[in-house]
Design a protein around this ligand. Structure first.
Ligand SMILES: C[S@@+](CC[C@H](N)C(=O)[O-])C[C@H]1O[C@@H](n2cnc3c(N)ncnc32)[C@H](O)[C@@H]1O
Length: 307
């Protein structure tokens, strides 16, 4: 992994979860730099194949290079994982053996100042994962009402100071750069000791809103389930509680029979459970992994197996 900035998050756990085998078919819906994808391709060699998706053309270009040794076993597309079913159809795959989704932004995106994801660097307020995304963070902060901004920052950032911050943003408009946004936030929500930077949660909220991240996760999960073979596995890494809750609720709901009506003695099973949770408690990175890659600290991995 020397040519990657660092080992992909929960790398060994992902490979162990998917148990790739020679000849199997796998999907990486969030290719990024291609680290997980490469591990999967190595483990399913010589004949296993992988479909890799990412909305970010820069990520795709890097992944293409990293995965070049496996060129004849990969299908890559600049596409959202929300189009998973259509992408599988396009390459003629009915069912797959494993799917990985490593949600959110990549280190590469955070570390490229001009993408606007980082509050530590001055850059245009962009935050789009890919060029297809219709609005930037600047569009949101400059056009939403104070009330809408407060709700967004509270809901997606779980930020207690959301009202104060929304008021400060509206007062400071127009905002064009990450620095201007950080200044507006710091004016009303100053740094407190060594706790998280006061802009952290607002930046998270804006990123989620710009890229409609939560709606995308909700959209992809049923498609992923429908695309798996019985015994196939879906592994999802999330980085904050809002994402994780969507995955957890979906896995819980699908792992139970749906009974109708639920209150009568003679009842019909309307839908049998479709999956089983491999781990009820999510896997989290080891202390050593967090030491090497602090961004991994909030990662949670949930794995489900199709019945
Ligand atoms: C955490 S990174 C993945 C890192 C990757 N697992 C690796 O080994 O390098 C998440 C990636 O998902 C991409 N992404 C975010 N939303 C997406 C979507 N709806 N469809 C496809 N890719 C998406 C981002 O552009 C980013 O490159």
């Amino acid at each position: 992994m020397n040519d990657l900035p660092h080992q992909p998050v929960l790398y060994k756990e992902i490979i162990h979860a998917l148990q790739p085998y020679n000849g199997g078919r796998y999907v990486d819906g969030t290719l990024g730099a291609g680290g997980h994808a490469r591990g999967i391709l190595e483990a399913c060699a010589p004949d296993g194949q992988l479909l890799g998706l990412d909305v970010d053309p820069q990520a795709l270009a890097i992944a293409r290079e990293i995965l070049a040794p496996h060129e004849n076993r990969i299908h890559l597309a600049q596409a959202s994982y929300t189009s998973l079913s259509a992408q599988l159809k396009r390459i003629g795959w009915n069912e797959v053996d494993g799917i990985v989704l490593d949600l959110g932004a990549s280190s590469m995106q955070f570390d490229t100042p001009e993408r606007g994801f980082s509050f530590l660097q001055d850059a245009p307020l962009d935050m789009r994962f890919g060029p297809h995304v219709p609005q930037t963070a600047a569009d949101i902060v400059n056009s939403y009402s104070e009330r809408e901004l407060a709700d967004l920052i509270y809901e997606y950032g779980e930020e207690r100071d959301s009202r104060k911050i929304a008021r400060a943003i509206v007062k400071a408009r127009p905002l064009h750069t990450t620095r201007e946004l950080v200044d507006a936030i710091e004016a009303v929500s100053p740094r407190r000791g060594d706790r998280v930077h006061p802009a952290t949660r607002t930046f998270q909220a804006l990123r989620i809103a710009v890229n409609e991240e939560l709606a995308s996760i909700t959209e992809v999960l049923p498609q992923a389930l429908a695309s798996l073979k019985p015994g196939g596995r879906l592994a999802v890494i999330s980085f904050h509680s809002l994402e994780d809750r969507i995955v957890k609720d979906f896995f819980r709901e699908q792992s139970k029979d749906l009974v109708n009506p639920p209150y009568e003695r003679i009842y019909e099973v309307e839908r049998k459970a479709t999956l089983k949770e491999v781990n009820r408690k999510p896997f989290t990175p080891s202390e050593e992994e967090i030491k090497n890659n602090p961004r991994a600290r909030s990662a949670k991995l949930r794995i489900a197996e199709k019945l």
